[in-house]
Structure formats: C-alpha cells, structure tokens
Design a protein around this ligand. Sequence first.
Ligand code: GTP
Ligand code: MG
Length: 313
Amino acid sequence: MNATDIEELPGVGPATADKLKDAGYTDLMAIAVTAPQALADAAEIGASTAQKIIAAAREAADIGGFETGEALLEKRKFVGKLTSGAKALNELLGGGFETQAISELFGEFGSGKTQIAHQLAVNVTLPVDQGGLDGGTIWIDSENTFRPERISQMATALELDPDETLKSIHVARAFNSHHQMLLAEKAMEVAKEYNARLLVVDSMTAHFRAEYIGRGALAERQQLLNKHMHGLLRFGDVFNAVICVTNQVMAKPDAFFGDPTRPIGGHIVGHTATFRLYLRKSKGGKRIARLVDSPNLPEGEAVFLVDGNGVSD
Ligand code: GTP
Ligand code: MG
C-alpha cells in the first residue's frame, strides 16, 4: 500500500478525513505515531477502525530506520560550527552554532534573538576557516523584523561586500502558522539552489501562539509545532545546515511574582531543540546567554555585546 495522503488510507472516508484534519492529523506521520484511542476520539470512530488506520499509516509513512552508532559518529564528523561573532558565546556552544541541530533562542523582547539571527546570516557566508560555512541563508520571517540595512552594517563591519551578503539571504514573510509550515517545506526545495547552510525561523512560535488560544487548542498547536520542528530538523540533516529558531517567553498567570521567563511551546519545543539559549539584557548593550538543556555540553552562561557592528564579546 502506498498512500501518500490521509484520504487514501483504508477506512478513511471524506467525513473522517475532514475530522482528522480538523484535529491536526494532516499527514501520515501524525497518524502513524498517535495512540489508537486519541485517533478514535478525534475522528469519532471506533477503536478498532482507528487501529487499522494507524497500522496503514505506519506502513505508508517513512518512519525511519535504525542506524548504528558507528554510522551516527560518521555523520557527526560532518557537523559544522557557525560562529556567532562572540568567542564566549561560541565556547558556551562548544565552538559555535552546530549544523544538523535546532538551536533555539528564547528570551524577552529586545534580548537579542533577532540580532543574533542577523549576525549568523552574515557569518555563514564566511569561509570555514573563519567560522563560516561558505553558504547562504533561508529566512522565514513571521514578525517582519528582518532588516537588510542591519545585514549591510554587520557585513561592512566584517569587511564583507554588503550587496553580496544580501544576495546570499533569501527571505519570506510568513503570514500565519500554516503558511510558515508551507514555507519550511518550500525551503527544502530551494535550499540546494541557494546553497543554504542556515535556516532562520524568526519567530517560530508567534503565529502559533496567536492562533491557537486556550486549553482546547493546545493539543493541536503542540502537534503542529512538533511536526514543524521535525521538518526543520530534517532540513538541518539533509543540508548539513544550522537551524536557528526564536521563541518568546510568556508570563505565567502569576507572572507578577513568578518567573516571567517560560518559553512558549512547552515540552514539544524544548525537547526538539538541541540547543536552547536563554537570552537576557544586561547593562550597557551587554547580553547574557544561558545554555539550557544541551545533550553533551555543561550548562553555563556567556556575556556578549550587541552594538552597531553586530554581535561581539
Ligand atoms: P523581540 O523580537 O521583540 O522578542 O526581541 P529580540 O530578542 O528579537 O530583540 P532584537 O534582537 O531585535 O534586539 C533589539 C535590540 O538590539 C535593541 O533594543 C538594541 O539594543 C539592539 N540593537 C539592534 N540594532 C542595533 C544597532 O544598530 N545598534 C545598536 N547599538 N544596538 C542595536
Ligand atoms: Mg525579534
């Protein structure tokens, strides 16, 4: 059986397909990895029908295979490191922003998330021996905060040709979460042509936060974010690229007294991002980055500077 669409799964008629899609089960993978009862509830079908649908989706979806540790180590040899422009920040990250991984920048407004992303888009054009990846950038902009002028400034500060640098960056505005996910898919198609070694999604969570409001929408939002992030990870794997996503922090209901620094997206985002950097403002243009939840690096902090020239120590 080689269904490519959920409508082609046995037992899924048009009405069931609509219910599944409304519940966020928009592709085979989402169905393949779900629990029968959850699917039964979402589509208002019996548990045994749900089981059959899931079995068929598992057969049709490419759920991936097992790789040996040796093969994985071999793949790790190709992991590149992209300089942030600040030595302390690079050290915190074990040498720079890694390819084949998602790095999440989270923090309050003005903490430097978008500035770091701009700096990475400039630095990625540098040769490898200067901390770059000799490539370009695909930038998905959900908040309309990409600034070509800023790229020019940062490029000039590094004695790069600002026009050449701007040409290496391909930007698309994402108008809603669905559009954002489509752009991420589109990025897979054009990455080779653009020699993209960096994918920026700034902000990854803003649309999702604005569109899926309240407890009732939470499950669907998380499911879509999960799908989105796995798509991004695949981009990182296939093109040996750095994935840099930004995420705002949200206040808890008791934010006035509590810690107003919880990233949006909860467990899904936290567990899918490989590196999470929590950014906060300090005195005199200084910023502090804290590494949280890294698979192989100690937690720690680094101080860096954002000024007219960009990101530095
Ligand atoms: P949100 O997207 O609002 O959540 O914030 P963010 O974390 O993306 O903030 P962003 O990276 O845009 O940081 C904005 C800050 O960077 C400004 O408040 C300035 O302090 C600094 N900044 C941006 N551009 C310049 C510049 O040209 N010169 C200097 N000196 N600082 C700048
Ligand atoms: Mg920003």
